[in-house]
Design a protein. Structure first.
Length: 217
């Protein structure tokens, strides 16, 4: 067991999902049924279980054996893998959709994970990716006041290795071979939802985008 598996197998670590993020992810995935969908960083399967309700075949992958044990009860398949270094055990162009919800900020080499996601994605498929927005309004104020302390969960989770802004997320996706096709961000605190998409750099707490392969013509 490597240090990452040891960390994510700790008792009490169970990354959940708030209702806004789940709703916005599902909106980007859409209502089409009968698709093969890969949930990278599936945790206990809380998101994949919702996706599966629309008659989709959902595979979950997580580094935590404890999480995968729970996910196996609600998903079609769940596997223990370290997506930073392991090759995904699926053929090229196998999935219609790949979801990475609050995952890339935890990875040392997220570009490797995106390359694998792109490999197993069908030419007409897409990814849905979410990550905290480092420059949302609340953080800008904290930085201005010189406040920055890591915590055991939340935005300042000590397991967050990378931080993203909307601009850096889009640049990261472009370099990984994807173009953003749609955005559906979660607003910060009581900001109206329309502001999260109109001015996401300031008003969005969580960045949520749908992206497609930019090498397909």
């Amino acid at each position: 067991m490597n240090i990452f598996q040891e960390y994510y197998n700790q008792d009490g670590i169970d990354y959940g999902i708030n209702s806004s993020r789940k709703r916005k992810i599902l909106e980007l995935i859409g209502q089409e049924s009968g698709r093969k969908i890969l949930d990278l960083g599936c945790c206990s399967g809380y998101l994949g279980e919702e996706i599966k309700k629309n008659n989709n075949y959902v595979v979950g992958i997580d580094i935590s054996s404890q999480a995968v044990s729970r996910a196996s009860a609600v998903l079609d398949q769940a596997l223990v893998l370290d997506i930073q270094q392991d090759i995904l055990p699926f053929a090229d162009k196998y999935f219609d959709v790949v979801v990475l919800s609050e995952v890339i900020e935890h990875l040392f080499f997220p570009e490797k994970t995106l390359a694998e996601a792109r490999r197993v994605l069908k030419d007409d498929g897409f990814i849905v990716i979410t990550t905290p927005n480092f420059l949302f309004a609340g953080n800008r104020i904290k930085m201005l006041l010189g406040k920055f302390n890591y915590t055991n969960s939340g935005f300042y989770d000590r397991a967050h290795i990378h931080f993203y802004t909307r601009k850096s997320l889009i640049e990261f996706l472009n370099k990984a071979g994807f173009d953003v096709a749609a955005e559906n961000h979660v607003p910060y605190y009581r900001f109206p939802e329309v502001l999260a998409n109109w001015w996401p750099g300031f008003c969005a707490f969580q960045l949520i985008v749908k992206a497609k392969n930019n090498q397909i013509h």
